[in-house]
Each structure stands twice: as structure tokens, then as C-alpha cells.
Design a protein around this ligand. Sequence first.
Ligand SMILES: *Cc1c(COP(=O)(O)O)cnc(C)c1O
Length: 415
Amino acid sequence: MIDRILRRAAERFGTPLYVYDLAELRERVADLRSALLPSAGLFYSLKANPHPSVAAELRQAGCRAEVSSPGELSAALEAGYRPRDVLYTGPGKSPAEIEEALARNVVWFSCESAAELRRLGRAVAGSGGTAEVLLRLQPPTVSKAGLSMGDGRQFGFTPDDAARACAVLPRGIALRGCHVYLGSQFPDVTALLDGFATAKNTIEQVSRTAGITPRAVDLGGGFPWPYATAGAGPALTGLRAGLETLLSDWATGPAPEVSFESGRRLVASAGHLVTTVRDVKERPEGTVVVLDAGINVLGGMSGLGRVLRPATGFLPLRTGDPLPEDGDPFPAGDPEPVTADVVGPLCTPLDRLAVRTSLPAPREGDLLCVPNVGAYGLSASLTRFLSRPAVVEAVYDGERFIGAWRSVTTSVAVG
Ligand SMILES: *Cc1c(COP(=O)(O)O)cnc(C)c1O
């Protein structure tokens, strides 16, 4: 079914093209909610995909918004999130962006350092309002799950820093609780539960040292889903039961209000990239397939700060061919698969989407589809590199396309 929609969209809007399926979004958010405690809050991390229709659909499904830049804040507010449902996160928030967030009535901030608390305090004093703060805590370098959290060392307060900061909170700042984010793509429920236990322990230890009672805690996320290749994330069976046990008892006092965050688990599968084969070169070393989509439109980083691992998976979208069965990349009627390097249209040898991958023998003009790119597909790509036209993003809602967008980047004189 999705196959026919993607072909139709490619005819109408051209390629390269992102298609987002809102019905799939609704399924994913219902699935994740059913794996969490019914009382838990769920933040949508706009970093994964700030498209207005995507963000608005998740708001309607009951998500709050986790933003970490003025652009993401604007996207969330335009998508209809109430300012009090927005959590502003991220290191190095500038005085100007804090002032802008306060002026737009944001009250929740995840704070990263004593210096940032002072900046927030000055901005709050100037605005005459108050800010409610979650202290972002640095997780231990190695969690119980044995996963290295080395990547997270730049974030948040150490326990000692947090205790010192709590002793001298600036006026106008209400300490609401703590925020711990351990990382992305935990492989399964066991690893997720270990991660949340680590986050909870960290919060309990810091609360004891600092003498605080958190009323709200954000335990992060890391809910897994494949990236740019076919398949589905592991089922979250047992997560809810595990969380019920883990969160039934808090050393900090009365149970705080708990929330979680997710980007990829909510939006990855709703996004498909449709691309056209521009050239097929037979070389002694192997076949090279040149597409009209490169690292300018597909995850220049493979998710969170990592360079693209060239492992993109391609499904054929041939007019007239039988539609592929779910999960079968090479349905009957397709030519024998070939092994090829798949590259984009950018004039740089870095523009490679897949190295020695298997795909049905492609011909010039064929349409291919990359599944699971609704998260960090476009938002993590090198959109200005080589100045190619911006990709179109089309939104499909069960029966029809509700719109198509092309984001424009221009240089505006500021001095
Ligand atoms: C990026 C990020 C997320 C989202 O991560 P996913 O892997 O997309 O779920 C959540 N919280 C914070 C603080 C982040 O930086």
C-alpha cells in the first residue's frame, strides 16, 4: 500500500522526496505510551524531525515538546504546543535565546551548569516571571548495563556541582526536579530498564547530597528503532511492568511526576525517502549506482552526532511491478539482486549512502525507497553542502496528501 502512495507522491512532487505518514505516527505513539506508565509524561524531541505536521500530530496524541534551540521552539509553538508543555534543554543556551523563550512564556528549563542557572536567573529577573528548573545530571560514565556513557560527559552537573548550585539558587528560579538522559538506541527492554535504574539512582544520590526533593523527574529515553534500513524496533514487552516495580519506591520522598523523551521511536517509521537512480556504472571493482539523494538529504550523521555508517537499505518502487510484501525487499518479479556501492549526486567522494550493499539490479530512472528515515533523515543531513535544491517533504494522512513543503535557506544581510 505505502508503495503505491510513494510512487504517486514521486510523480506529483518529484524526487528526492520525503513522505511522512501520519497514520503510522499515531500507531507508534500509541505503542510507546502503552509500554510506559499511564501516568507518565512523554516529550517529543523535535531534534528528530521538526516538521510542523509531524510535531502537531504528536501534540494531538498527547506528547509535550522537548526543544533545544530557538528554531525548535518556534516549530513547537507553531505546531500548537502550549508554552507550559515545552521543556527547553541543551548546553550553552545563550542569554538571548533564554530571554526569547521566557518572552514566549516557556517556564520549564533543563539547566546544565551553575553559570547557566545564573544566566537564567538574570533573564527571569528582567522578565518578572519565574522559571521552573530541572537540573540535568551527568550520568555515571559506566551504567549498570555496562554501556559506556562517555559520549555524555559534556552534559549536566556532576553530583558535587549540583549540590553547590542548589545551595545558592538565584531568585525567581524554582527547582522542580532532575533530568537524566543516558543516550540513544538502547538495544532492548533489559538495557532500557538498566538505563532508567541508573538514571533514578543518579537522581536519588544527588537529591540526598543536595538536600532536595524532586517533584518532577525526566528519565530520558533511548527507545530503539532501525535507521535507514528495513525492519522494526524490538517490542517493548515487559517495559511497563519493569517500570512499575522500579518507580514504585523513591528514596527522595513522595513519588515525583515522571516523564520520558523520545524522537526516533515515535517518528522513524513514519518517514520514507524516495529517490531516483540517475546512473548505473559497471566497473571492474563492482557496480556503482548514482542516486539523486545524497548526504545532503539523508542523515549526514547517523543519528546523534555520529557520521553516517554507509549501511542504507533500499527497496525497489518499480512502476508496474508487483508490490513488495512487507519486509521482503526483493519480491517476486524483481531482477536478481546485485552488489553495488550506492552514492549520491554531490561532487565529493564522501557522498556514499551504502558500500557493497545488495539491491535489485537498478536501471536509470528507477525509483528506490529508503525506509525508517522519519527521524534524523533530513534533520541530521548536510542540507547546505553543495547547494542543491532543498528536498520536498510531503505529508500523507491515511487517505490523502495534506500538503508538501520545501524549506528555503537564504542568506540575509545582518550588517
Ligand atoms: C536527542 C535527544 C533525545 C531523543 O533521542 P532519540 O534517540 O531520538 O529518542 C531525547 N532527549 C535528549 C536530551 C536528547 O538530546
